[in-house]
Design a protein around this ligand. Structure first.
Ligand code: FAD
Ligand code: NAD
Length: 477
């Protein structure tokens, strides 16, 4: 059946890339619809995609609860607070997480209403000629017409052929957010962002966590000084991170799942109760494209787009995890908003050089711009300033002195090239550095910016001063 309505924009996918795109299109006075098929474990539909339902939000809810528990156990004593009979209730933690997820996803419906966006739960498939086949949740099909279509279908976990998901003992990140009991022994394959965040959650609740990482290098994408510092703290917390461990297979038996892996000393095994496979995500395009749409995929399955997120097909755009670039909610959001503006004829762009990365472990890790390794490789002369949280009055008051802030600036014109923080609230502190990069600020700009005392943000100020050997609260080297 075809629908006589012609939309200005139909967005396929209602995650953090798709729903902001539809909202911005609506704000621009365009007739916009957003089709989304997400189904939760209980079969209910919700907008918000991976991020709100099974990613950013539920993982941060559990990270917060478990960090509080850990701090009460390990740090309250130093403040002179005695805690007797400290216990956790996983059921309550999980319920709290679900409540936060529900509040976030239901909020999207209200945002759609305010922006005049039509939310269409169900499946969308792009057909030739900018038509979209919409299959509602009850199975009825309609053909919709649109001037522009935006593909925002996101990503899915990558499977390890030798350790296939079974939804029980071997799970993906979503499964690992839903455990109803703390596994005694947890195996995590992949020491990436998910492996470290979810490994931390279950370690804090008492699981013995073994993390098997194929690469010899820890956090290859981060500044290596930061990575070394973080690794030290994670190991101290009891995360058994084994680098250069290439997993070859898994056998399920009475005592658990035995993972076989090869490292520099030969073949090894480790037996665990549950396994989380977190080796990256792949673009999700299953049943997204009909015949003759003209949309092209690259060799890894990503929808090919230019710097403005235009696909090879006229008036078809793609944003978020389904296109090149880091798989991050805020990157997808900025792309979605840009496309919602470009379609309306407004000027817009995404600054791909200023995308912040945050790993929500304790200590947190956050960075923006180039790592020291990347700057070195570029051949551009540079200077570095760093400041340990041990020297921060606020960090000492918080009993959170692990880590440091590091700023890299060009030696020739003082431009800030990268900022790297491992320490308390790094994910919040990085916002100042992102703004600095957005404005092409110099180290001197940060040096001349007054920072309230005592705050953690002074660490970045001192790191900027340190780049010119003018730090006040830490000896310059
Ligand atoms: P998605 O969020 O995957 O949304 C795509 C939506 O499209 C889904 O609802 C899907 O069902 C729907 N869809 C797909 N195909 C169709 C179709 N044909 N018709 C209709 N609907 C369709 N990123 C961060 O920035 N910060 C974090 O803290 C963070 N934590 C994470 C934690 C975990 C455990 C995971 C797994 C990911 C995390 N991420 C985080 C990554 C983040 O979730 C993704 O980058 C983000 O969700 C991508 O947004 P998206 O809109 O492109 O895709
Ligand atoms: P990732 O790319 O961050 O890490 C995957 C890790 O697995 C890598 O270190 C890789 O070397 C390793 N690996 C790959 N194959 C392996 C194998 N066979 N055996 C052992 N190790 C192997 O991927 P992820 O942790 O799965 O996360 C997926 C995406 O979700 C990432 O792109 C990330 O940006 C996003 N995410 C972001 C956040 C955040 O922003 N805080 C949180 C979670 C997820």
């Amino acid at each position: 059946m075809s629908d006589s309505t012609t939309y200005d924009v139909i967005v396929i996918g209602g995650g953090p890339a798709g729903y902001p795109c539809a909202i911005r299109a609506g704000q621009n006075g365009l007739k916009a619809a957003c089709i989304d098929e997400w189904k939760n474990y209980d079969g209910t539909h919700a907008f918000g995609g991976t991020c709100l339902n099974a990613g950013c939000i539920p993982s941060k809810a559990l990270l917060e609860s478990t960090e509080l528990y850990h701090r009460a156990q390990a740090e309250f004593g130093a403040h002179g607070i005695k805690v007797g009979g400290l216990e956790f209730d996983l059921g309550t933690m999980q319920k709290r997480k679900s409540k936060i997820v529900k509040a976030s996803t239901q909020g999207i419906q209200a945002l759609f209403k305010a922006a005049g966006v039509t939310g269409l739960p169900g499946h969308g498939r792009l057909l030739a000629g900018n038509k979209v086949e919409y299959t509602a949740l009850d199975g009825t099909k309609r053909e919709l017409a649109a001037r522009h279509v935006v593909l925002a279908s996101g990503s899915a976990p990558m499977e390890l052929k030798s350790v296939p998901f079974d939804g029980k003992a071997v799970v993906d990140s979503w499964g690992a957010l839903e455990f109803d009991a703390v596994p005694k022994r947890l195996g995590v394959i992949g020491a990436g962002v998910i492996g470290l965040e979810l490994g931390s959650v279950w370690r804090r609740l008492g699981a013995e966590v073994v993390v098997l990482e194929a690469l010899e290098q820890f956090l290859w994408m981060a500044d290596q000084q930061v990575a070394r510092e973080a690794l030290k703290h994670f190991r101290k917390q009891g995360l058994d991170i084994r680098l250069g461990a290439k997993v070859g297979g898994a056998k399920q038996g009475k005592t658990g799942v035995t993972l076989e892996y090869a490292d520099a000393s030969g073949t090894q095994t480790v037996t665990v109760d549950k396994v989380v496979v977190a080796i990256g995500r792949r673009p999700f395009t299953t049943d997204l494209l009909g015949e003759g749409t003209g949309v092209e995929l690259d060799e890894r399955g990503f929808v090919k787009v230019d710097h403005e997120c235009r696909t090879a097909a006229p008036d078809v755009w793609a944003v978020g995890d389904v296109v090149r670039g880091p798989m991050l909610a805020h990157k997808g959001k900025e792309e979605g908003v840009m496309v919602g503006d470009l379609i309306a004829g407004r000027v817009s762009e995404v600054n791909y050089k200023a995308i912040p990365s945050v790993i929500y472990t304790a200590p947190e890790i956050a960075w923006v711009g180039l790592t020291e390794e990347e700057v070195k490789k570029s051949g551009r002369p540079y200077k570095v300033g760093s400041f340990p949280f041990l020297a921060s009055g606020r960090a000492r008051a918080m009993e959170a002195t692990a880590g440091f802030a590091k700023l890299i600036a060009a030696a020739d014109d003082d431009e800030i090239l990268g900022v790297h923080i491992v320490g308390p609230m790094a994910g919040e502190l990085i916002a100042e550095a992102v703004l600095a990069l957005e404005y092409s600020a110099s180290a001197e700009d940060l040096q001349r910016t007054m920072h309230a005392h005592p705050t953690l943000s002074e660490a970045l100020h001192e790191a900027a001063l340190g780049a010119d050997k003018r730090a006040i609260d830490f000896p310059n080297r």
